[in-house]
Design a protein around this ligand. Structure first.
Ligand SMILES: NC(=O)c1ccc[n+]([C@@H]2O[C@H](COP(=O)([O-])OP(=O)(O)OC[C@H]3O[C@@H](n4cnc5c(N)ncnc54)[C@H](O)[C@@H]3O)[C@@H](O)[C@H]2O)c1
Ligand SMILES: [Zn+2]
Ligand SMILES: [Zn+2]
Length: 366
């Protein structure tokens, strides 16, 4: 069947909206009619050439929600009419990582950067990001990359939980391990970082300092659980010192758009004894060096963590997050600054880079 989708043809070229042909679902695949797609920064890393393993052209989009329209013969967990969240890491449930309770590291996710050929366009085949491609009206997706959710949840809220909310919230709660009374710093409070703020607040942090150069983001973070805000890491230093009674932060979380190497030493400088720096942000894949004082790392007993998907297990955590939303404990509606049609995707990403949006979504009904 035919579908319209946003494709990245070559590094640095704008998103192009094109008509593609997609095949019928294979035995373990389903056809999804996309409802909403979130504009995450990771898609832009691909278009800008940071993920050197990503093979272009690629139909991107990995955050999204939709409704199942057809299922393959061997699909057991999904039916026509089901509401689903996309999951950029598949969860097969059987590989050693899944079996050890770490679906976020599912071994079937090893190829996600490269994408999979799924879209046939006027200029030849295009990959689907993470085997999904939510920037498309319709997508054929393996059932392992979809999570069924209750049909009473707004599909906009479901889309947000599929990447940004799970990743940010999980970074604070699961990876950094924020606990009651902690002092937490979140550096970069965009689509991911704002949910680290929400996660830290839910985990009982005493002080949450939101660091972002954009005033609107700092103000918004303070309406979502941050107790203080600073415009830069340097500005956050004296605040952390004062609020932690000179001990430093328990957890510092890095969720800026691009984790350039110059940010690590100043960020680790905010961390106190036995505290941690958690890296969620992505950057150019060829960035191999960061600079950290090794004696400080060892003798202060500090930790450095990497966070993928906030260590969330999509099948259990996406429904859990939606339940918290239902109970009014997790704010999702407030996260959406603007809604765009598929044709307006370049404007949506321009606004993200300009710091105008917390999260934007493509609404396929527009
Ligand atoms: N590890 C994962 O599993 C995972 C999942 C999703 C996204 N990501 C990555 O997380 C990062 C954030 O994504 P997003 O969608 O929230 O992006 P975003 O653009 O919405 O947010 C980034 C925020 O960082 C702020 N910022 C930029 N430079 C800063 C600095 N020096 N100090 C403080 N704040 C700064 C920006 O103003 C913005 O508010 C991206 O690199 C993305 O690729 C990682
Ligand atoms: Zn994402
Ligand atoms: Zn697995």
């Amino acid at each position: 069947m035919k579908t319209r989708a946003a494709v990245a043809y070559a590094v640095n070229q704008p998103w192009t909206i094109e008509e593609f042909e997609i095949a019928d679902p294979g035995p373990e695949e389903v056809l999804v009619k996309m409802s909403f797609a979130g504009l995450c920064h990771s898609d832009e890393h691909i278009r800008l050439g940071d993920f050197t393993e990503a093979v272009l052209p690629m139909v991107c989009g990995h955050e999204g929600s939709g409704v199942i329209e057809a299922v393959g013969d061997r699909v057991r967990g999904l039916e026509v009419g089901d509401h689903v969240a996309a999951s950029f890491i598949p969860s097969c449930g059987r590989c050693p990582s899944c079996a050890d309770g770490m679906q976020y590291l599912c071994d079937n996710g090893a190829e996600i950067m490269a994408g999979e050929d799924r879209f046939m366009g006027p200029n030849g085949p295009a990959k689907a990001m993470s085997g999904i491609g939510t920037f498309s009206e319709y997508a054929v997706v393996h059932e392992n990359s979809l999570v069924k959710v209750g049909d009473w949840y707004p599909l906009e809220a479901v889309a947000l939980c599929s990447c940004g909310v799970a990743t940010g919230w999980g970074t604070a709660v699961n990876v950094a391990g924020v606990s009651a009374g902690d002092t937490v710093v979140v550096i970069g409070t965009g689509g991911i970082g704002i949910n680290a703020v929400q996660g830290a607040a839910m985990a009982g942090a005493a002080n949450i300092i939101a660091v972002d150069p954009v005033e609107m983001k700092r103000e918004f973070a303070q309406s979502m659980g941050a107790t203080h805000a600073a415009a830069s890491i340097a500005e956050a230093g004296p605040l952390v010192e004062e609020l932690s009674w000179g001990r430093g932060a328990n957890q510092v979380i890095l969720t800026v758009g691009d984790a350039t190497s110059d940010l690590f030493a100043p960020a680790m400088g905010l961390v106190g004894k036995a505290g941690s720096l958690t890296l969620t942000s992505l950057s150019n894949m060829l960035q191999n060096e960061i600079s950290l004082n090794t004696v400080d790392l060892a003798m202060s007993g500090k930790h450095l963590h990497g966070s993928i998907y906030g260590y969330c297990n999509p099948r259990s955590d996406i429904p859990k997050l939606l339940r918290l939303y239902d109970q009014g404990k997790l704010k999702l509606d407030e996260l959406i600054t603007r809604r765009y049609s598929l044709d307006e995707i370049n404007e949506g990403y321009r606004a993200m880079h300009a710091g105008e949006n917390i999260r934007a979504v493509i609404d396929f009904s527009l």
